[in-house]
Design a protein around this ligand. Structure first.
Ligand code: SF4
Length: 246
């Protein structure tokens, strides 16, 4: 089936080369997110359409997002034919999997060409869609925001049942699954939260987690404008490090 006409609203497409000799990584930042995090650094990304946004620094409006077809994004991702084998693509957001029809087509085309695929997600995606996408994802990066159901709803607007179910299912898949904790000062970074995260993650079957960077000078987890990674919050991190050996 011809799928190149499937389109999505994308905020930005960036090229990164992390070290000399390595292939480029293309980062595709998709708009749209079904959650309402109280700590969201970029709430306007939640809308999955093109929107006019006011920029106070430049005192003018700008268009947030642009519609791209699968074909257009594919061409941008593959514009280094000499290093094709080492090329990788990371989808992020917002919630990268919200525009799932586009993501399915794009990942399918990338996998056909042998490109390494990575996705950052909150896991808040219908189980059937998640299961369909999973075999196309080489590296799945899961951001977990809270261990307790009601508290999760309070800080994100949604319960975490679906997220934990998708996380559990992903652990049995062929994807390499990386779990990252999103720690927000005062919301989930207290010493007593360590035990809560630890208990919940053990219950799901997660053996290892990635903690936020130790300091602003540490390598960033991701260059994501609606960054799901939280700032390092202080001494409590020691307890997290002890509880979750990385
Ligand atoms: S922080 Fe991330 S998951 Fe939460 S509302 Fe913002 S974009 Fe969505």
């Amino acid at each position: 089936m011809i799928t190149k006409y499937v389109s999505a609203c994308i905020r930005d497409i960036q090229k990164h080369r992390f070290q000399e000799g390595s292939g480029p990584q293309t980062v595709v930042i998709l708009k749209g997110c079904p959650m309402y995090c109280t700590s969201c650094p970029s709430p306007e990304i939640r809308n999955h359409g093109v929107r006019l946004v006011w920029d106070p620094a430049r005192a003018r409006h700008f268009e947030d997002g642009r519609i791209f077809s699968v074909q257009e994004v594919l061409e941008l991702c593959l514009d280094h034919p000499d290093t094709l084998c080492e090329t990788s693509v990371l989808l992020t957001g917002g919630e990268a999997l919200m525009q799932h029809a586009f993501v399915y087509e794009l990942l399918s085309r990338l996998k056909e060409r042998g490109v390494h695929t990575a996705v950052e997600t909150t896991g808040y995606v219908a189980e059937s869609q998640f299961a369909r996408l999973l075999p196309l994802i080489d590296h799945l990066i899961f951001y977990i925001k809270h261990y307790e159901r009601e508290a999760h709803r309070k800080i994100t607007g949604v319960y975490n049942d679906l997220i934990l179910s998708n996380l559990r299912n992903s652990l049995g898949s062929s994807s390499e699954v990386e779990v990252r904790l999103t720690l927000v000062p005062g919301l989930n970074d207290r010493p007593e939260d360590v035990a809560g995260f630890s208990r919940m993650l053990q219950h799901v079957g997660v053996k290892q987690v990635q903690l936020p960077p130790l300091s602003p000078s540490a390598p960033p987890v991701r260059s994501n404008p609606a960054d799901h990674a939280s700032p390092f919050t202080g001494v409590e991190m020691t307890e997290y490090q002890d509880a979750f050996p990385t």
